[in-house]
Design a protein around this ligand. Sequence first.
Ligand code: IMP
Length: 430
Amino acid sequence: MFDSKTRTVVIVGAQWGDEGKGKLVDVLAERADWVVRYQGGANAGHTVHIGDDSFVLHQIPSGILHPGVRCAIGNGVVLDPETLFTEIDELVGDGIDVEGRLYVSDRAHLVMPYHKLVDKESQASRAIGTTGRGIGPAYEDKAGRRGIRVVDLKHPERLQELVERGCEYANMRLARFGTAQRASAAETLEALGRVSDRLLALADDLGVLLHRAMKRGASVLMEGAQGSLLDVDHGTYPFVTSSSTTVGGAAIGAGIAPTAIHAALGIVKAYTTRVGNGPLPTELDAVLGDRVRRLGNEFGATTGRPRRCGWFDAVVVRYAARVNGLTGLAVTKLDVLDTLERVALCTGYRRGDDVLEEFPADIAALESLEPVYEWMDGWQVPTGDARTIADLPPAARAYLDRLESLVDTSIRYVSVGTRRDQIIDVGATA
Ligand code: IMP
């Protein structure tokens, strides 16, 4: 992906998350100087398989698994310090050197224990099926100008005021939910006291660091969390996460200029999955859904919840390609479809005699729309050993060709298994 002109690349999920971004970031990080997370929080879960080991990273960019790559958590992330240090300690325990190459924006907001409490106790969060990691309440406090930023840890008196105000607001909400649970300012301050020095040691003005690195010609990989259809503006609102998961969010969430972004790689599964509630137009029936779920091991990396499975929805991905300005696609988990007799691609949504080809804002309308499918023969040959497009069976190639033309974005990578080497670089083999 990186070349002399393409120095800053954003990786985004182009469906509802869990597309396999971690694997692509891991592969591309080999040639990156920096890997930056720009939104979301500990709700994300990236699984990376290396040899027999698998790493699930919630907040730290998966670039950390590559020695020498600098990793950063941007201002657009809501950071859970407790989870961050558990993750760091686990990586160090696995022999991965984190020291001196992990940076945290001093402008990033913190997820406080009371945010998690509110998320878990809220009926509205349950209806959406949130991860319960306090993400929504933390972003609400950020927008409501009640948030606590990393930089606030430097000022104990101000911090106390902010924590007291945050607890008061959280307790007001908890009382309204009718639960007896309450947040304690003293306990919150004590918890912050335990991580404060460690967190401040990682804190820096990330926008400046990135700006200087880019001026020197550094290669920067920006790693999005969740997927485009979970974007707070462009997703299936209100069944979305609370941040801008799309490419526009990368500039804001890392503190760089939008014009500094040179390419955007959209990651899609060869089919569709979604965790949590909300529309999934191409959702499979229980039997086939269960089969694909088992074949693809579709259980949430963060919550372990079974993921809902569906056919590839080209309307969704075409929409994501437009909103993100995708310059290429990476299709993951093609091998999961290896044993299916037939595969389908959704090309539009039927309403009466009309076929809708653009993803609608009105999610209520989706309920009355029927997906229009194009059926294709399955390939029924294992694809896990393919390393070039030519190694794939003709039916799998035909499936990818059709997907590419429906989405109108060229496929740059195809992933055919969980291991690092199970990837086809179409650009390199074309
Ligand atoms: P929240 O981000 O925990 O507030 O959850 C809001 C919605 O986003 C729910 O439907 C979650 O299941 C979904 N979500 C959050 N994080 C992820 C992720 O990493 N992958 C897929 N879905 C996610």
